[in-house]
Structures are given as C-alpha cells and as structure tokens.
Design a protein around this ligand. Structure first.
Ligand code: GRF
Length: 205
C-alpha cells in the first residue's frame, strides 16, 4: 500500500510509522510527506528517513485556492492508496475528500463524537476534557468525510482521566495511545483486514 502522509506539527505519529516500517511490522510505502509549513518537525523526520517532502500552502502557491488545486492535482498524478493525516491542521479540499472517500485516515486525540469538530485540536481538546470533568478520554482513528471528525470510526481506545490529571498529563497519555495504535490500523488496511460497511467497520483478523 502506497501512502502519502500529511502533517503540520512535530510529527511524532509520523515518526512512529517510520519506525514500524523500519522494524518490518508495517508494510507500507511512503510516497511523500506533504506539509503546509516547511518549518514543522515532521520535515526533518522525513528528510532523515530519506522521504520526499512537498510543501504546499497559500505561501508557496499564492492563495488558498491555488494550494488546494495543487494538492488535488498531486494526488491525481500519483498512485496513492491512502492519505494518512498525522497532525495536519489545514482543512482538506472537498474535491479530494470526495475523490478519496474512505481512503483518508485521521487520528483525533479524544473519543469522538465527543470533543471533536471545528476548533477541537491540540490542547483545546484536552483542556475541554478536563474542564468537563470527563473521566475517560482516548484516541479515535477514523476515515475522513466532508464534515470535521464525523467519518466512520475505525478504532478507539480509552485513557482514564483521574481527579488529579491536568490537560498536559491527559495529552501525554493520549499521545502514547496514538503511537501504539496508528500503525496497527494502517497495517490492517495494508493487509486488507478492514472493510467499511456504511458507518461501521468490520475487522477480520
Ligand atoms: C496528535 O495528537 C493527533 O491526534 C492530532 O495531531 C497531533 C499530532 O501530533 N491529529 P504529532 O505531530 O504526530 O506529534
């Protein structure tokens, strides 16, 4: 399975995927890393691993519309089986989401459909969880649909939120869960063990 990874941040999830490919546990080929910010940590991780980096943003392409068209053209031109979002902060072009239905995977640091939607990213999510007094948070790995954080859920796992936990400790615990699981889900797709039936996901082991 040939994948394109999209990232905007530190890239710790991307690094985990690279590591599992190196160890032989994850059977995917990286076509390229796409970033909207050339200074983000994911770029160095890709360069170190010898993976092509593409920077597409309104800065590089003059406007948001031109950047979106460039991304759509890029995916048309390359043979990409799956797009893997690993902390990508830009909204994807709608044309891309339609063309790649059930082929774009995202990881969200909470238990969707709670604590998702517009503005729910990074520490905003963990702050909201702690302020709400929720006793569990977790990780959701889902397919991307036209609305934020609403596509079919492929995988979830929980993290206990204790009385003394801060948003920072929850963030750390959730990130560890992300690292443990994103590659496994991707391997499930790569091995064709995952079938999407409407909103439901069937795993064959
Ligand atoms: C993760 O928390 C993920 O859930 C969210 O963005 C963050 C990316 O972190 N979508 P990193 O750049 O992989 O460290």
């Amino acid at each position: 399975m040939r994948i394109a990874v999209f990232a905007s941040g530190g890239g710790s999830n991307f690094q985990c995927l690279l590591d599992r490919v190196s160890s032989g546990e994850l059977d995917v080929e990286f076509a390229f890393l796409l970033v909207n910010n050339s200074k983000c940590g994911a770029v160095q991780k890709a360069e170190k691993a010898g993976i092509k980096v593409l920077h597409i943003s309104s800065k590089t392409h003059g406007s948001n519309d031109s950047a979106e068209s460039a991304i759509v053209e890029l995916i048309k031109a390359e043979r990409i089986d799956m797009i893997v979002l690993a902390g990508y902060m830009k909204k994807l072009p709608i044309e891309l989401v339609r063309k790649m239905e059930n082929k774009i995977l995202n990881i969200h640091p909470a238990l969707l459909p709670a604590f998702g939607g517009k503005g729910m990213y990074g520490m905003n999510v963990h702050n909201a969880v702690v302020q709400m007094g929720a006793q569990y948070s977790g990780v959701t790995i889902h397919l991307v649909s036209e609305n934020y954080d609403e596509g079919p859920i492929v995988f979830q796992d929980i993290v206990k939120v204790g009385y003394n936990d801060s948003a920072e400790t929850v963030a750390g615990n959730v990130l560890a869960k992300e690292h443990d699981n994103y590659w496994k889900v991707l391997q499930g797709f790569s091995q064709k063990q995952i079938t999407i039936v409407g909103r439901k996901v069937l795993w064959e082991k």
